[in-house]
Structures are given as C-alpha cells and as structure tokens.
Design a protein around this ligand. Structure first.
Ligand code: 6PG
Length: 254
C-alpha cells in the first residue's frame, strides 16, 4: 500500500511504500493497470523489464492472483531495457532470469518474448534488437513503449547506462553496446532517447543502500554523466518512482 506520494515535478511522482515486498506489489499492480489500459486502447501492451532484484520479487507475484488471471498475457510484447553479454541460460541473464522465474509459465506466445541477442558482435546484436523493437513497438520517429521499468544502481546507473560511459551521449540510436570499464565487460542497453519516448517510465528502488544516491538524483543539481538516472525525463510520457521508506530516508521532500 502506498504510504504517501511526493511531487518531484519533472523528476517524477514518487510513491513511497513500507518495504521491499510492498514495493514489488506496487510494481506488479502498476504493470497490471498500465498493460490492461494499453491493450484496451491499442490492442497490445508493450513493456521493457529491468534486471536487478526488485523485478524478481515482482515476478513471483505474477504466479498468484489477481495478476495471473487478470494480466492480458497473450497481448503483451516483452522486452528488456538492458542485458548482460551472456547466453540466456546464464544466471546473470536478465531475460533468462525472468523467463525461468515466471514468464515461461505464463500464457504468452514465445514469439512475444524478446530477449536481446547475445552472441557474435555486441554492436551488431544491438542493431538487431533495435530492428526487433521497431517491428513490434509502434511509434515514429521513436518507438513508444507503453511501460519501461527501470532500477537505479547504487552508483546512479539505470538500465546499463553507467556513469561516465559512452552510451550516455548517444542520440542517434535506440539501443547500443556499452563498454563498462569498472565491470570489465560490455553491456547492451536502451539509450536515453528510447526510454524518454515511453508513455510511462517507472523506477523501482528499494533499500537503505540507495538512499544517498537517490537524494542526489532527485534533490541535487543535474550531473547526468555522474548520475545517469537523471537522463530519464520522458518527453511527453509520465515518470514515476516507487521506492521504499529506507530508500526515501534522505530525500529533502520525504
Ligand atoms: C541490470 C539492470 C540494472 C538494475 C540496477 C538496480 O541489468 O543490472 O537492469 O540497471 O536495474 O542495477 O538493481 P537492483 O534493483 O537490484 O538494485
């Protein structure tokens, strides 16, 4: 249950819940509401999921009611906002994790679930994924997702837009490979323009470990190279955050 909502203007509407379980429940409810509306309005619900821990708990809830029966599963087109450069069967794979955790047991045609390609050349893989998005997500010049779910890392990253990395400044592609030096790897990620074209963007952030960074992201000056989560400012869609009390602890407007 939402304890309170805080208006952070163009940095978003913040819903504060009590703990991680309530956060997952609020997220699942938001997904259900937005996907139901999208399918009623346009016949399809397009969603990009995030990696990380909160969506994992949210996914468990989809096995139960009301979510299992009420979600328009067969009309969803499911993507991921970022991915690690590992095969689908690797425990690190965002898509693999969600498929094993719940998606494979939901009544969704396999053709509607779109994991990133993660073999060959990362630049080519990002290009293939961009084509898959354009083929399934309506919108010109940018595809418009009904919902993009995001997390915020303790360092302020979102999707795989990490501080100081090359993908932060990309404006002419909707997806990109992003070398992340500190992780000694390359990630695949949506770029900020694609995320900002969405109808709804919802950040999920829980736990005390995020409190100080969240304070910087929401209350501090814009420093998008150091705090990439600040790049997310939907052009005409809505921006929401669902956070728990622990993550809200340092906010000026808490
Ligand atoms: C990933 C992500 C990433 C994640 C954040 C927050 O693949 O790791 O998509 O951006 O959402 O790191 O993760 P938590 O929710 O686990 O804190």
């Amino acid at each position: 249950m939402t304890l309170r909502t805080i208006d952070y203007g163009d940095r978003g509407q913040i819903a504060v819940v009590s703990d991680g379980m309530e956060l997952a429940l609020a997220a699942a409810s938001a997904v259900l509401g937005l996907m139901t509306n999208a399918v009623q309005a346009r016949g399809v619900g397009t969603i990009a999921l995030s990696g990380g821990s909160t969506p994992k708990t949210m996914g468990m809830l989809f096995h139960g009611e009301p979510f299992h029966s009420a979600m328009p599963w067969g009309s969803l087109q499911i993507f991921w906002g970022d991915e690690r450069w590992v095969p689908l069967n690797d425990p690190e794979s965002n898509a693999g994790e969600a498929k094993r955790g719940y998606l494979d047991e939901m009544p969704i045609p396999a053709a509607n679930i779109h994991p990133w390609p993660t073999s060959g050349d990362p630049d080519n893989a990002a290009g293939i994924y961009a084509d898959t998005i354009r083929a399934n997500v309506p919108g010109q010049p940018l595809p418009i997702f009904d919902l993009i779910l995001l997390g915020m890392g303790d360092d302020g990253h979102t999707a795989s837009l990490f501080p100081g990395t090359s993908a932060l400044s990309i404006t002419d592609r909707i997806t990109a490979p992003n070398p992340v030096e500190k992780l000694n790897t390359t990630r695949l990620t949506f770029t900020a323009p694609l995320i900002n074209a969405a109808r709804s963007v919802i950040f999920l952030a829980g736990s005390a470990g995020k409190a100080e960074r969240l304070h910087e992201v929401l209350d501090g000056p814009l420093e998008t190279d150091r705090l990439p989560s600040q790049l997310i400012r939907p052009t005409s869609g809505e921006l929401r955050w669902i956070i728990d009390e622990a993550a809200a602890a340092n906010l000026d407007r808490k």
